[in-house]
Design a protein around this ligand. Structure first.
Ligand SMILES: Nc1ncnc2c1ncn2[C@@H]1O[C@H](COP(=O)(O)OP(=O)(O)O)[C@@H](O)[C@H]1O
Ligand SMILES: [Mg+2]
Length: 284
């Protein structure tokens, strides 16, 4: 994860409504040029303390950055504890249990037999924050040999080695067309952004060709909303997928400050946040 340098962060007052602290990530799915679409001011003088949404990609030490910015009077929208709740399965899972595949986590890998007995086969393996770059062979585990190989690679991976090892029940998801590759195959899966419990954007998670109809969208967003409300966070992303039997489940949660937009319209996300915030401040 890149280190964030304060001098590269741009503090913007968006439509005189919300503060956003922007850093360029250089990935098309993250970067969105707010100044091209909205009125953006960089007031010379600002209140001593403000709350800002961070949009600078993944952070290696959120608590440290939070403290550094707080000393300048910039409070990120999530406290370090809220950031963990949004980002780490070990924190969010207990709150959304039942809406997401059954999961167990370990600081050192347990025996293959013991997890396979509880969760069945195949197993879905990942770190508490992420998979190993969506590589199927390190996430979809059928045998003890595959498990040993995957856990060895996790232990050596500079990003995954400090995360807890998460073992999840493997749920068969509704497939969508995707070219054969070493990656986890694409499913009927969507990303949704939630601002204080309001959906401010939703769209395809994978960059292949599929779309939901109105009924599917309603059913999917009902599950995502239930998860968002249980987490009760300012700005969270919930990824939801349809199983092969037609139910909707939450796949993972994330801090929306860090999430890529996927196929979600960034313009709509920011426009919706601005509208919600201007009506909130008008009613105070
Ligand atoms: N328990 C599961 N059973 C089946 N497929 C899963 C499961 N969890 C995740 N997936 C699939 O694997 C993909 C990557 O998993 P995810 O948890 O989103 O990891 P990452 O944080 O690396 O994106 C998901 O988008 C989904 O398609
Ligand atoms: Mg994911």
């Amino acid at each position: 994860m890149p280190r964030i340098d304060r001098s590269n962060l741009d503090l913007i007052l968006l439509e005189d409504t919300v503060w956003v602290l922007v850093g360029k990530v250089d990935l098309p799915s993250y970067d969105f040029n707010l100044t091209q679409f909205f009125s953006c001011r960089r007031p010379w003088q600002r209140p001593e303390q403000i709350t800002a949404i961070g949009r600078f990609g993944a952070v290696s030490n959120y608590a440290k950055l939070y403290a550094q910015l707080a000393a300048e009077g910039i409070l990120l929208i999530h406290s370090p504890a809220q950031y963990l709740l949004a980002s780490e399965l070990t924190h969010w899972y207990p709150l959304i249990e039942g809406l997401t595949p059954k999961s167990l986590w370990f600081s050192t890998p347990p025996s293959f037999e013991s997890v396979a007995q509880i969760l069945g086969l195949p197993l879905f393996l990942k770190g508490s924050r992420q998979t190993s770059r969506h590589r199927a062979s390190l996430s979809i585990i059928h045998t003890a040999a595959e498990y040993d190989r995957a856990t060895e690679i996790y232990a050596e991976d500079p990003i995954l080695q400090w995360q807890d090892l998460v073992c999840r029940e493997f749920v068969k998801l509704r497939p969508v067309p995707s070219p054969p590759s070493e990656k986890i195959p694409a499913s009927f899966e969507f990303r949704s952004f939630w601002w204080y419990g309001n959906c401010v954007g939703a769209g395809q998670y994978w960059s292949t060709n599929y779309d939901w109809n109105r009924d599917e969208q309603t059913a999917a967003l009902a599950i995502a909303k239930a998860a968002a409300l249980r987490l009760n966070l300012p700005f969270v992303v919930i990824d939801i997928a349809q199983t092969i039997t037609g139910e909707w489940i939450a796949i993972e949660c994330n801090d929306a400050q860090e999430s890529g937009y996927g196929a979600v319209s960034p313009f709509a996300v920011w426009q919706n946040i601005i509208t919600l915030e201007s009506s909130r401040s008008a009613s105070i």
